[in-house]
Design a protein around this ligand. Sequence first.
Ligand code: PLP
Length: 405
Amino acid sequence: MFDIQSIRNDFPILSQKVHNHDLIYFDNGATTQKPQVVIDAIVDAYTKTNSNIHRGIHTLSQLSTTMYEQARQMVQVFINAPHDYEIIFTKGVTESLNLVAQTFSEAFLNEGDEIIVSAMEHHSNLVPWQMVCERKKAKLKCIPFNHDGVLDIEAYKNLFTEKTKFVSVVHVSNTLGTVNPIKEIIDIAHSHNVPIMIDGAQSVQHIPIDVQELDCDFFAFSGHKIYAPTGTGVLWGKEEWLEKLPPYQGGGDMIKTVTLEKTIYNDLPFKFEAGTTNYVGAHALGVALHYLMNIGMPYIQKYESELIQYANQKLAEIPQVTIIGNAPEKAGAISFEVDGAHCADIGMILDKQGIAIRTGTHCTEPIMQYYGVPGTARMSLAMYNTKEEIDYFVKTLAKVAMMFE
Ligand code: PLP
């Protein structure tokens, strides 16, 4: 069962003080903290088993390879992928999204074709598509959202033409906290025979993911936002699509045979894993996912959804605070503004009270342009946060807001 105190005890960083106050870490959308099991997994791997994978017949290399491939199976189970070879390890969701944008467009995008993304994408699911569209003279279309931060599904339906080649949409907005109706969005793309990728960077740590049930074609996330090390990430793709895409990068491990004239590429997943990967990080990602499965994603989702509703309600009670994004279903993040204050000042003052939030554009400048704000303050929650922390944060913020009146 979900035991918040025992979970908090698993995260050593949470027990420290910042500016002589207990740390309240509300910057989980940027990165999450790591449980001791993940830290130990990294230390143990470098202390006991480190050796490059896939290339050695000696004991350490085989151990390292087994740990890496077991991590792949852990990801497979965690997102219920049909096959482990459909899991590609990357250095993060940004690389996963770029991999698909680059390889898909190389193989399938032609002049005049169209790609659909949403207007609430993180830059990493917008800029790669802008880049390939510019190169291929294709057109990028954006699904608009309304003032509550909810995607306009009717407008989405109307964006499809016979030129539409691909859809790539964020599951949960890192800025607005909106949980998009992703199953419906996927089904609409498929009703037009168009493949779709989901940016799960802000969903996979909050919502149980079943890629078979979702039936998307690609699903991408970063390890560091799900209690695993930085420099780790996942791209899951349906086998039929991964087989059709050309390799992303050339180098070691992604080849079967090489002559000076020609290379035969390796099978999945190695075709997309050129060079020495972050195999220790991938192993630790597997450990993080195992840790989460032991707690149970449905319990985490239930606890966090109560937490975010509580935070949303308490924040809304501060008269000087305006919440940006009021979707009926939110996960992880709440963005807000304080009357008369620049968000950076809010962030700095809260920091002095031990509260870590993020301020700025959150790599979603088009969202800032839509609301006509230079940036927002954003609190983002994880499973180790508590109502007591929210109470202290809201009390402190209310005092700060009065200072700016
Ligand atoms: N997509 C979303 C929705 C995000 O929130 C982020 C990071 O905040 C990214 C993509 C990029 O993640 P990373 O920097 O780990 O590649």
